[in-house]
Structure formats: C-alpha cells, structure tokens
Design a protein around this ligand. Structure first.
Ligand SMILES: Nc1nc2c(ncn2[C@@H]2O[C@H](COP(=O)(O)OP(=O)(O)OP(=O)(O)O)[C@@H](O)[C@H]2O)c(=O)[nH]1
Length: 333
C-alpha cells in the first residue's frame, strides 16, 4: 500500500483528497443537518460518497486518470456548483478549493476549463450572486487564481514528465535502463498470458570490453558503447525495445517473433557488428544469449535462460549466438 502511494502520483493525490474530504466535509454535513438545512447536508454527503467511492475504485482498478477526471468534474466542480446554487453567495467560495483540487486531479487544460465553465453557468443562472459588482469581483479573482494555478500546474506537469523520462533512461547511450526493462518484461509476460503474443529476449554483451577500456581509456570505451547501441537500434525492428542492463550488457525485447525469426534477427545484428564495430586496436565483437518466452514462464526464469545462454556463448569462445530454448547447448559461430 505504501509502495503504491509512493510510486503513483495520481493515486496519492486521490487518496489525499479523500482524506481531506472526510475531515473537511463531514463536519459541514453534520452542521447542515443540525441546522435543518437538509438539502445542503445531502449534497455534502453526496460529494463525500462520490469521493470515497471513486478513491476505492482507483485503488482497485489502477485507473487513476479517469478517476481523477471524474473527481474533478463531479464532486469538485459539480459539488461546488450545487452548493453555490443552494446556499447562495457563501457557497461560491467552494469554487476555489474545487479549482485547486481539479488541477491536482486532471490535465491542466481540462482543470482550467472546469471552473470557468462553472462560473459561466452560475452567472447565467444568476441566483448565486447578490449584485453585478459581486459577479465582477468574483469572476476576476477566480480568473486570476485559475491563470496562476494553470501556469504552475503546466510547469510541474512538465517537470514530472521529465523526471519520469530521466528515471527510465540510461544517460550515456540514451536507451531505456534496467528499471524500464523490469516493467517491460513484466508487461510482456502478462501480454503473453492474456493475448498469446510471442516474445523473444536477447542479451547482448561486448567481448573483452575491459581490455578496450584498459588499453584505450574510458572515453574510447564510452564511444564504443554508444556505437554498439546504434548498431543494435538501427538493425532491429521499430517495435523491438532496447535496454541497457548494466555495464556493457544490453537487452533487446522482441515481440511477435518465432525461434527462427529471433535467430535470424540476432544473426543480422551480429553480422553488422562484425563489419562496423571497432576500437583503435581492431574489431570489437559481442556475444548473445537468446530465449523465447514459454507459456506459464516467470520473468525471472525467462531471463535466467537467456543469461545462461549468454554465459555459454562466452565460455564457448565469444562472438557467437547461443539459444536458451534448446535442451542441448547449440552454439552458432
Ligand atoms: N567505458 C565504459 N566502461 C564501462 C561502463 N560500464 C562498465 N564498463 C566496463 O566494462 C568492463 C566489463 O568488464 P568485464 O565484466 O570483465 O567483461 P569483459 O571484459 O567484456 O569480458 P567478457 O564479457 O567476459 O568478454 C569493465 O571494465 C567496466 O569498467 C561504461 O559506462 N563506460
């Protein structure tokens, strides 16, 4: 539970809003009932019920984007409109917290349009305002708050996306990192189980890379890693996904592939590497371990088979492809 709260920004905002709603709206609902204002008390309870229900839905289904939109639209904006129409000008103040919550729950543009739409509706209906001066001052303050919050929300959305991007990319080669690989492998296994999509895994590791680093320095090593990634990326399909697993080891996740297709794809990459990848002292080669995802197989077992195949490719002399799908070790040079 704590893990999900820490790692899912939208779920944490929805849960926080739920907690604030319970603490903030319940006393108002009780107070309204005690004063005999049953309609407003019922609206408060309706808002509370919608927020609690939507929060439970988000926790169960992981559908935080549509839950956020629902919360911004129905309990926040709809609730603020209902309170304003029932309670008059004192209810108008609820549009401000509704506005702030909408920006936390959904995309900035939608969040900006919701309070403006609510304001237009309330002005047209007219009963919530006591004078035209009040309409002007309320409209101007709401517009100012809306514009400032929009700018702030756009900036923080941009920064959040950038952080997410950086957290999943390897800074040297620009390909996805190990964290992204873990997510992609879990997705592949689940899709294989649900839809039967075939997946192939390729572990590619540069041969004697330590020697290259020791002889020519880390700058040359880095350049070779970048060239290696270029060959892997440009000689596989656009639908194939490339990851840096660590050091000089990379992973290619291929979808919709058969054992023969996987073998042919890796042979093609290997032949291009043999012709193009060089260090100042000569060609640089790579070893490959491959494995096709089997029915009912876990991520760990699938990865282990490809890793063992790579280990065999290294011990058989390097610069070769070994498949982890065959019961007997088969090495192709
Ligand atoms: N330049 C550079 N070197 C790296 C980077 N990450 C890991 N390495 C180096 O990669 C080398 C890996 O060495 P080993 O694990 O012994 O592998 P190897 O020398 O390629 O030997 P085999 O894999 O058995 O063929 C080490 O020297 C690491 O320092 C990096 O980002 N840049």
């Amino acid at each position: 539970m704590l893990y999900r709260l820490r790692n899912d920004f939208h779920l944490s905002v929805i849960t926080l809003m739920n907690a604030c709603a319970i603490v903030g709206i319940t006393p108002f609902a009780v107070w309204r009932f005690l004063r005999g204002e049953y309609w407003i008390g019922l609206i408060d309870l309706g808002i509370l019920g919608a927020i609690v229900g939507a929060t439970l839905y988000a926790w169960r289904t992981h559908k935080t984007a549509c839950t956020g939109l629902f919360l911004a639209l129905v309990p926040c904006t709809g609730g603020a409109i209902a309170i304003s129409l029932t309670a008059g000008e004192v209810g108008l103040f609820w549009l401000y917290p509704a506005l702030i919550c909408s920006f936390m729950l959904t995309r900035p543009l939608i969040a900006a349009l919701l309070p403006l739409g609510a304001l237009a509706l309330l002005i047209l209906e007219g009963s919530a305002f006591s004078s035209s001066q009040q309409i002007w001052s309320f409209s101007v303050t709401l517009l100012v708050v809306c514009a400032c919050t929009y700018v702030f929300a756009r900036r923080s959305e941009h920064q959040r996306n950038r952080l997410k991007h950086l957290a999943l990319l390897d800074p040297l080669t620009g390909v996805s990192n190990r964290r992204a690989l873990d997510e992609a492998l879990a997705r592949a296994v689940s899709e294989h189980e649900r839809l039967g999509t075939e997946y192939g895994l390729v572990l590619a590791d540069l041969d004697h890379f330590k020697r290259v680093n020791d002889t020519h320095g880390h700058h040359t090593g880095d350049r070779i890693l970048v060239d290696f990634v270029g060959v892997l990326a440009f000689n596989t399909r656009r639908s194939d996904q490339l990851f840096r697993f660590g050091g000089e080891e990379f992973v290619i996740l291929m979808s919709g592939t058969t054992p023969n297709g996987l073998q042919a794809a890796v042979e093609h990459v290997q032949s291009v590497l043999r012709k193009t990848l060089t260090s100042p002292s000569g060609p640089v080669t790579a070893s490959f371990g491959t494995a096709i995802l089997q029915r009912g197989e876990s991520v760990d077992h699938w990865f282990e088979r490809a890793d063992e195949a790579l280990y065999r490719a290294k011990s058989l002399g390097r610069d070769r492809i070994v498949s982890g799908d065959r019961s007997t070790s088969e090495a192709l040079s």
